[in-house]
Ligand binder design. Structure first.
Ligand SMILES: NC(=O)c1ccc[n+]([C@@H]2O[C@H](COP(=O)([O-])OP(=O)(O)OC[C@H]3O[C@@H](n4cnc5c(N)ncnc54)[C@H](O)[C@@H]3O)[C@@H](O)[C@H]2O)c1
Length: 328
């Protein structure tokens, strides 16, 4: 069992608390939150006032689930103390800060990773396996949609760093390609300092194209990923963790009216029955396995966390300047 500490007991931290208490690999010894245990998830486990106090409890592993603006100083203190750390996404509030965190972990004995939890969404896990098995043939495009109402607690960053960082990671992790070009538009509709809507399109190193559509202005919550390719299209619903495949037909339609309506190649539709373990549980189990020495490629490294922020900042610059950004 790893002696674990949790920093931040808010919306995300409370789920980490529940899982750290229930997983065999961890022993949650204490948490830190200046606001205390708002959600009542710690029971007899102490809530402390500072990371220094937490380090006094001899922790071996920590989860950082504080607001994004506090990730850097919290993660640096944990790296300096040699504590294996999972920092919630995004790794930090800027690329420069993310690089400082990644470099500090690289030069310490501690493992540092980023909580890109969508990598453990069962629909995306299944989709990635199917893409790797070349079931789609050549990939033409990947489109993500992450829209819904504004969560009032997010004050420190806009929708690009808070939410689109999920999509940037999904696009590159699923395709195993890097983003070369991006062009974005955004909007500020709620009168906050930061943007609340973004649409970005771009090109990947494998020649495919992507589009992400992310906002806090839509009254209904939707999270989807569509990968279109030679043999059809996969559609993943990230809220229900369902994966559907719409195949191009092998058999040409001879009825002209139907062919015109549906497209000549509309084929079978398959909804896969996939196991649905809780993504955050799988992420924490994978992190524990990594600390135990297993190679766990599905968890996001800090270097990947830096790249995600680099793309997020390119999106912001593209939208501000009205120009296409080339990613070096
Ligand atoms: N992986 C995901 O899907 C996902 C989902 C939600 C949030 N997050 C990330 O988790 C982080 C927290 O988001 P949230 O929605 O839980 O926010 P939140 O505001 O609900 O909770 C943050 C908590 O941190 C506490 N806090 C503030 N400063 C602190 C400090 N210096 N030390 C200790 N505690 C401190 C606050 O009192 C609060 O309880 C953000 O970086 C966010 O991007 C990730």
């Amino acid at each position: 069992m790893l002696r674990a500490g949790l920093v931040g007991l808010g919306t995300m931290g409370r789920h980490h608390a529940r899982l750290l208490r229930s997983l065999d690999a961890f022993d949650l010894v204490a948490a830190v939150d200046p606001g205390g245990d708002r959600f009542g998830v710690l029971f007899e486990t102490p809530v402390l006032g500072s990371v220094d106090a937490l380090l006094g409890h001899g922790i071996e592993v920590a989860i950082v689930a504080v607001p994004t603006a506090h990730h850097e100083h919290t993660a640096l203190a944990l790296a300096d103390a040699g504590v294996h750390t999972l920092v919630e996404k995004p790794l930090a509030d800027s690329t420069a800060a993310a690089i400082r965190v990644a470099e500090r972990f690289a030069s310490s004995a501690a493992i540092g990773v980023v909580g890109q939890v969508e990598r453990f969404n069962p629909a995306l896990v299944a989709l990635r396996q199917r893409l790797r098995s070349n079931e789609l043939g050549q990939v033409f495009s990947i489109t993500t949609e992450r829209v819904g109402p504004f969560p009032h607690r997010i004050q420190d960053v806009g929708v690009v760093k808070d939410l689109a960082t999920h999509d940037i990671d999904i696009i590159t992790w699923l395709t195993e390609a890097s983003i070369e070009l991006v062009s974005a538009q955004m909007a500020h509709k709620m009168g906050r300092d930061h943007e609340d809507l973004v649409t970005a399109v771009g090109k990947l190193s494998d020649g495919s194209v992507f589009r992400l559509d992310v906002n806090w202005l839509t009254p209904t919550k939707r999270r989807t990923v569509t990968v279109l390719g030679e043999r059809g299209a996969f559609v993943a619903d990230l809220l229900s963790a369902d994966l559907v495949f719409y195949a191009n037909a092998d058999v040409p339609t001879e009825w002209d009216a139907v062919a015109r309506l549906s497209g000549v190649s509309e084929g079978d539709m398959v909804k896969y029955a996939i196991p649905k373990p809780e993504p955050l549980r799988r992420e924490l189990e994978t992190f524990a396995a990594m600390i135990a020495g297993e190679t766990a490629t599905e968890i996001a490294t800090m270097d990947e966390g830096v790249e995600i922020l680099r793309i997020a900042e390119a999106i912001l610059i593209s939208a501000e300047r009205g120009e296409t950004e080339r990613i070096a």
